[in-house]
Ligand binder design. Structure first.
Ligand code: ZN
Length: 300
């Protein structure tokens, strides 16, 4: 398994004190690290969610767009590939700001594509109470202009991008994006590679359904698939299997503690088994992850 290299921060940095996270996942400067995946596909790692960029004669396709504060850096890195005006489509894997604030830059040129619920949420003020995050309504050019409910196929540059909605995983509007020819999958925030994930229970996410969704993705990919997590380093199927195993294992442990009638504080004090210790090293503490699991199970 790829253990954490550096998690370029997610919106937890806006954050509250009850959650611990290591300080070293601040990006050192506002630049993108670009990694070629194929002749035409690149992974761009900035501060927020990982970006996939795919080039071709019919224009570029991007998956996710990072924070607004990264937009100047995004414009620069896109200039190396022909310019932001060459982006034909921008896919949003979900509505969270660390994946969609760049819509404001790219949406002047590209069609923005997402699940129906992404547009619905970005039309109005959104909150993630856990992190004290507030998102004001997006300008019309920064909203998804093309939405779908279950799946959508985009044919461009000889590639097929298949967007599949997996319900009630990380949020209520998640897309997983499969590139059929290149054998690449962008997981959005259904995958934090190497560390406990955030699951937005307040906004339609669910930890058990997220584990089921990840299992469904595992059934569709193979050992050669390039797996892009929403956060964390470039990964493969075995990394996603490890993540799935952690989800199932930690959910089971919290369920068992709840069945004994333990309070949240008691469960946090008891803690998860040492099997999962290394997953607390990059983003959320075990206590924070136990709280998310418990809140999701209680919401069922
Ligand atoms: Zn997210």
């Amino acid at each position: 398994m790829n253990l954490l290299t550096r998690l370029c921060a997610t919106f937890v940095l806006m954050a509250v004190s009850q959650f611990t996270y290591s300080a070293d996942h601040h990006a050192p400067s506002k630049t993108f690290k670009s990694t070629p995946l194929t002749d035409s596909a690149f992974l761009l790692r900035g501060k927020g969610g990982n970006i996939l960029l795919v080039k071709g004669e019919q224009g570029m396709v991007m998956v996710d767009a990072d924070y607004k504060e990264m937009s100047a850096a995004l414009e620069l890195v896109l200039a190396e590939h022909g310019g932001v005006e060459q982006v034909s489509y921008l896919i949003n894997t979900h509505w969270h700001n660390d994946h969609t604030q760049g819509n404001d830059l790219v949406g002047h040129h590209a069609q923005i594509v997402a699940h129906d619920n992404v547009r619905t949420r970005l039309l109005t003020r959104q909150e993630v109470k856990l992190f004290g995050l507030v998102s004001e309504p997006y300008a019309s050019h920064a909203l998804p202009s093309l939405t779908y409910s279950q799946s959508l196929s985009l044919f461009i540059n000889g590639e097929t991008f298949e967007l599949v909605h997996f319900p009630h995983g990380h949020t209520d509007g998640d897309s997983v994006v499969f590139l059929k020819h290149a054998n690449i999958v962008h997981m959005g925030d259904h995958f934090f590679s190497g560390f406990f994930p955030f699951v937005d229970v307040q906004n339609g996410g669910n930890v058990e359904q997220m584990a089921k969704n990840v299992a469904a993705v595992l059934d569709r990919i193979d050992d050669e698939t390039i797996v892009i997590p929403g956060h964390g380093p470039l990964s493969d199927k075995s990394d996603l299997e490890d993540f799935h195993e952690m989800l199932v294992g930690t959910i089971d442990e919290v369920k068992a503690m709840m069945a004994e009638g333990m309070t949240l504080e008691q469960m946090q004090a008891e803690g998860l088994s040492l099997d999962w210790e290394e997953w607390a090293n990059g983003f959320l503490s075990s206590e924070a992850w136990v709280k998310i699991i418990a809140s999701s199970l209680q919401a069922d």
